[in-house]
Design a protein around this ligand. Sequence first.
Ligand SMILES: [Zn+2]
Ligand SMILES: [Zn+2]
Length: 345
Amino acid sequence: MKAYTYIEKGRFGFVEKPKPAVEDPKDAVVRITLGSICTSDLHIKHGSVPRAVPGITVGHEMVGVVEETGPQVTKVKPGDRVAVNVETFCGECFFCRNGYVNNCTDPHGGWALGCRIDGGQAAYVRVPYADQGLSIIPDSVTDEQALFVGDVLATGFWAARISEIKEDDTVLIIGAGPTGICTLLCVMLKNPNRIIVCEKSADRQAFVRKHYPSVEVVSPEECLAVAGGCERGGADVVIEVAGAEDTFRLAWQAARPNAIVTIVALYDAPQTLPLPDMYGKNLVFKTGGVDGCDCDEILSLIGQGKIDTTPLITHRFRLCEMEEAYRIFENKEDGVIKIAYETAE
Ligand SMILES: [Zn+2]
Ligand SMILES: [Zn+2]
C-alpha cells in the first residue's frame, strides 16, 4: 500500500509499504475510510518533534473499519466502524486507572501513532492496545461526524472538562483554530453565561460568527478591554489554545482574580510567569496534555446531536492528493480549517 511517510526533516512523501498485520495480542488492524491532517503533522515535517522517527507513516486522526484483531482484543471485532485515538495507553497503570492516560507509563504509551510507529495516512493502520485506542462509532454517526473524536475534539472535551466551568461564568477561549473551535463546542455544552472567543485571523473570526452566533468574537487587541469590562474584572475561566508568547500573556492578564487558566496549547519555547505582576491574583493554572479517554462519551454526544464538528471540514481530498492537501493546510489557504481525505482510489 502507499503510505504518506516522514522521509526527513522538511520532506513527506509516498512510500510503498506492506499492509500492517497484528503483531501483539492486543493489536487491531483498521482499514481507514477517512482521515485528516493535524498541525502536529506539520510539526513533525518541520523537525520540531524530536521523538518522531523518520520512515514512519504520518497521520493520527482517522476513522475506519476493524479488519483484524489480536486474540486479547475484546471491545471491537472485525467489521466494527471505529474512531482511532491519537494516544496509545495501556489502561492498567496508575495513571490510566485514574483517567490520566496522557501519562501512561507503558513504554509504548503516549503519542505513538504517526510519530513513533506507523500512523494513518495510508489505507491501513495497526493500533496497539486496541481496547483502549478504538471507540465504536454508533450507527447514527457518520465518518465525517466522528473524524475528530480521537484528537482535536478529545482535546477540546478534556479542556472544557478540567476547567470547572459554572453556569454564571464568563469563559474566554483564546484561539479559534481547529482545537479552539472544538474547545468552544465542548464549552457550549457546559452552558456558561457568556463565551468570548479571541482570534486574530479575519477568516476564523468570520467562521465563528457564522456558525456560532451566540458567541462574542474579539481580536487580540480588543480582548483585554472586553475581559476587563466583565463584572468581576476578568474572565472566570480562560482557555488558551493559541500557543504564542503574546497569547500566553493575554491568558493570565484577562483572567479575574482566582480564575482558572487552562493551557491547552503547545508552545515552541518556554513561557514566563511574571509572578510579581501576578501577585494577589491567586490564579489556578492547568497545563496541557490531553487525557483522551472520553471518546465513547463524545461519540454518544455526537449521536445525540449535541456536538457537530462537520463544519470544520472545509476541504476534501483523496489520499493520493496528499501533497496538495498539505500545501493548502500548511499555508492556511482558501479559508481552510480542516481537511478530510478518503482512502478509496
Ligand atoms: Zn493531532
Ligand atoms: Zn497506562
